[in-house]
Design a protein around this ligand. Structure first.
Ligand SMILES: Cc1cc2nc3c(=O)[nH]c(=O)nc-3n(C[C@H](O)[C@H](O)[C@H](O)COP(=O)(O)OP(=O)(O)OC[C@H]3O[C@@H](n4cnc5c(N)ncnc54)[C@H](O)[C@@H]3O)c2cc1C
Length: 426
């Protein structure tokens, strides 16, 4: 069985690692010309579901490097109002879990480092500069005129998947009326002196009467040079050059933030505004907030700002699977509110890897294995899309009654710990 994966992003590469580990013949076709073609400046928050997938698919040494080089956001999540008055603090004092345990581990991973880790040891499994254009039977066509064949073909080409659109023209997306800006403020002696304690621990959700702010602190667990000293020999045994693998992972510690607002509350061209102008707009909107929140945004470097639009895939149902399937954003793209998309793509990769491994071992037919995989992937993927859309709607709602009621509810949960524990148990 030869597997061809279109797209070497988070999900496609995780699947390639898992299949390689299982001894299955796999090739990834990636549009980018080199691994460093698109160096994105923001991080991916990996939750236990993503950790479990990475742990299952990566060689153990690479999993250890991922954990060691990742940032830690500390425990718990705080819900506060815009004056930093706590509504409820969930799990903040809990004991920190073992970060190496995938069932509980949360990791803020640099996208650059994650891509390098996911590529490590794959060698010529990944073909760069291969932009998929169309599928003809089992023959995949690329923009450079070349073709390739495979027995199983996987659409892992992200939110605007050409392969998934060719297979399922009925798969469409909805535009959500939300805009977002994110940034980071590096932790220095100067910034640490004025940042309040709340912003220096865990994650926080600020729920004012309009708009929404999320913050999280990231502290690197281990210096990359220490990781090279500790795990270098194991990496070299895998055929990986440790210095190159960790070349860009020396990020400084920081507080990241994401500000989300209703599209109609912002200038029509907000997402294409110069980052400094977008920041000035936020400065106006947060003028009456707690001074530290206002300053957090104002003092962040414009080079690290990102602006993004929000769309969500419409639910899709599939019948019996053929030999072409999909994973991640290609199938169930979602808004990034809650940091769920990458984790879901990783989960898909782990489950598809298990399905193909069962076929490889002769335990299941390809049709049965892929049909079961697709049903599970659609159910979980679109439940997660709904969750991300709900998160977005909560963040942008302009219904002040609803906002005040939610704030009161959180405050009551905070004041009555057994109620808070029951509500936030999951
Ligand atoms: C600002 C922001 C913050 C986010 N934060 C988080 C977070 O904290 N946690 C989280 O879980 N998720 C987060 N996400 C979502 C996450 O980035 C995506 O859900 C995830 O990358 C999806 O993985 P994927 O493998 O499906 O697609 P991608 O990672 O997008 O990979 C698709 C790959 O396919 C390639 N490709 C595209 N077209 C072609 C073609 N025609 N031929 C060949 N190759 C092609 C692309 O170059 C790319 O490498 C965030 C998203 C944004 C925008």
């Amino acid at each position: 069985m030869r597997v061809g994966i279109i797209g070497g992003g988070v999900g496609g590469l995780c699947l390639a690692q898992g299949l390689t580990k299982a001894g299955i013949d796999v090739t990834v076709y990636e549009r980018d010309h080199t691994p460093e073609s698109r160096l994105q400046g923001f991080r991916l928050n990996i939750e236990p579901v993503g950790s479990t997938a990475l742990h299952a698919c990566l060689p153990d040494t690479l999993w250890q490097v991922l954990v060691a080089t990742a940032g830690d956001s500390g425990r718990g999540i705080g819900f506060l109002d815009e004056q930093m008055r706590p509504l409820i603090m969930v799990g903040r004092g809990d004991e920190a879990p073992d970060p190496l345990d995938p069932a509980t581990g949360e990791h803020a991973v640099s996208r650059v480092t994650l891509r390098r880790l996911l590529l490590a040891g794959l060698g010529d499994v990944v073909h760069f500069g291969k932009e998929f254009t169309r599928l003809d039977g089992n023959e995949v066509h690329f923009a450079d005129g070349s073709t390739a064949t495979a027995d199983v073909i996987v659409a892992a080409d992200g939110a605007n998947s050409r392969l998934w659109a060719q297979l399922h023209p009925e798969a469409t997306r909805t535009e959500l009326p939300a805009v977002a800006v994110g940034g980071k403020l590096f932790l220095t002696d100067e910034t640490s002196a004025w940042l309040p304690a709340e912003l220096l621990q865990g994650k926080n959700v600020f729920w004012p009467i309009r708009d929404f702010l999320f913050t999280a602190v990231f502290r690197r667990r281990e210096d990359p040079s220490a990781v090279v000293d500790r795990l270098g020999p194991d990496l070299r045994a895998l055929g990986v050059d440790p210095a190159r693998l960790l070349a860009d992972s020396a990020d400084r510690d920081y507080v990241m933030w994401a500000y989300i607002a209703h599209r109609d509350a912002m200038p029509a061209d907000f997402n294409s505004l110069d980052p400094e102008v977008a920041k000035a707009e936020l400065s106006d909107r947060t003028a009456t907030w707690h001074p530290a929140l206002h300053r957090l945004i104002a003092a962040s470097e414009p080079d690290n700002l990102f602006q993004t639009a929000f769309t969500a895939a419409r639910p899709l149902s599939l019948g019996r699977a053929g030999n072409v399937t999909g994973l991640g954003d290609a199938v169930h793209h979602m808004p990034p509110v809650g940091g769920l998309g990458g984790n879901t793509a990783l989960r898909d990769a782990q489950h598809l890897c298990a399905a193909l491994t069962a076929v490889h071992k002769g335990e299941r037919s390809l049709g049965d294995a892929l049909t079961d995989y697709e049903q599970g992937m659609l159910k979980h993927g679109f439940a997660t899309v709904r969750e991300a859309v709900r998160n977005t709607e909560g963040a942008i709602t302009r219904n002040t009654l609803k906002r005040r009621a939610a704030r009161t509810f959180f405050r009551v949960c905070g004041a009555v710990p057994p109620l808070g524990r029951a509500v936030f148990a999951d």
